[in-house]
Design a protein around this ligand. Structure first.
Ligand code: F6R
Length: 242
């Protein structure tokens, strides 16, 4: 695990965009694993800037997002489908037929998880996975207690995560209670992982991820088992590291 401490969120975004850029240059038809939430927004803005400057093209990439709320229609303003289309896919030359998210509005979420795993496998697996981290140590929506071998499945969100995400909704009552999420096992199968964290609110989770024991109580700690992980932090998120 490589830990890189940078000055601020902007530098993190540029560094993460560099990693994507290098991969896509070497492999234009790369398979990208993408995340939602506040943390990757700067990276997406930087990738869009580079696309508009003619430095990068996404026309051949395939993407898989980590997770999607269950119970929100795809076109809901807070669905992750909407998030990705607004903040990335519609702003560059992505072929949206090749941009995948779990189907949170399906009638059979358990089957949707199995189908999603099959789609990832059929694409040849994920070359580069972008991750954020929850204040409770979750990655994707693998909440504390998730099996380290878990695959894409239905998962209940903790009250901590619902309250963290309430900022995107009118009130916490509107935050869904369930999501379909790639599992920790699915994430560990990806070729390379870049996790981003900024701000003091992430410092405890980052410390547990990097220096704590590998435990289902801190799902991100499972990344210690992966051979090719880069953690990009700002100074505030790194304050608890020894
Ligand atoms: C989002 C996801 C989550 C977020 C995490 C941090 O697709 O999988 O694990 O990465 O909740 O969210 P932010 O970036 O909003 O702090």
């Amino acid at each position: 695990m490589r830990v890189v401490i940078l000055k601020n969120a902007e530098q993190i975004s540029c560094r993460a965009a560099d990693v994507f850029g290098q991969l896509i240059q070497a492999r234009p038809a790369a398979v990208l694993g993408l995340a939602t939430g506040g943390t990757p927004l700067g990276t997406y803005r930087e990738l869009i800037r580079r696309y508009r400057a003619g430095e990068i093209s996404f026309s051949q990439v395939t993407t898989f997002n980590l997770d999607e709320y269950v119970g929100l229609p795809r076109d809901h303003s807070q669905s992750y489908h909407t998030f990705m289309h607004e903040n990335l896919f519609s702003q560059a030359d992505f072929d949206t037929d090749n941009c995948h998210l779990p189907d949170g509005s399906c009638v059979d979420p358990a089957q949707a998880g199995v189908d999603y795993e099959q789609k990832i496998a059929a694409a040849g697996g994920i070359d580069l996975q972008l991750l954020g981290i929850g204040t409770d140590g979750h990655i994707a929506f693998n909440e504390p207690g998730s099996s380290l071998a878990s695959r894409t499945r239905l998962k209940a969100l903790t009250e901590q995560t619902r309250s963290d995400n309430a900022r995107f909704f009118e009130s916490i009552d509107e935050v869904p209670r369930l999501a379909i999420t790639m599992g920790i096992g699915s994430i560990l199968d990806t070729q390379r992982i870049v996790l981003l964290a900024n701000g003091a609110g992430k410092a405890d989770a980052v410390q547990a991820l990097v220096e704590g024991p590998v435990t289902a109580q801190v799902p991100a700690s499972a990344l210690q088992l992966h051979p090719h992980v880069t953690i990009l932090l700002d100074e505030a998120a790194a304050t608890k590291l020894s």
